[in-house]
Design a protein around this ligand. Structure first.
Ligand code: MN
Length: 129
């Protein structure tokens, strides 16, 4: 079962994602960006779901540290954000996220499609447009 790291400070959001994802994926949860970065170096996940709005070290900075770490840099990282505004998607993809999911998650299929698409991506055939 693929291992997904969920970095999210909100308990209700973590619980919701656990309920949605359990049975299909193994989930390891982190409440802060620092805990996530440390934990992922101990146990490398297959994909990261990363909340943008985190205390102290926010999601954009966590992503920068992921991309700057030789062991973590190729991980697929999906941004989770409640601040759905025009231009968000472009801004987050430009920052280096692989995909973007708006909270609250209403359509589970959008989440599954994103995860499955990224997990099936061949690292060497990755193309950026
Ligand atoms: Mn948050």
């Amino acid at each position: 079962m693929p291992l997904i790291a969920l970095i999210e400070d909100n308990t209700d959001n973590r619980l919701l994602l656990l309920v949605i994802l359990e049975g299909r994926y193994e989930l390891v949860e982190y409440e802060t960006g620092i805990a996530g970065l440390e934990g992922m170096l101990r146990e490398l996940p297959d994909l990261v779901l990363l909340d943008i709005s985190l205390p102290e070290v926010d999601g954009l900075e966590v992503l920068r540290r992921i991309r700057g770490n030789s062991r973590l840099r190729d991980l697929p990282v999906v941004a989770l954000t409640a601040h759905a505004m025009a231009g968000d998607r472009e801004r987050l993809l430009a920052a280096g996220f692989d995909d973007y999911i708006a909270k609250p998650i209403i359509d589970e299929k959008v989440l599954f499609d994103s995860i499955e698409g990224l997990l099936s991506r061949q690292p060497d055939s990755e193309t950026r447009s």
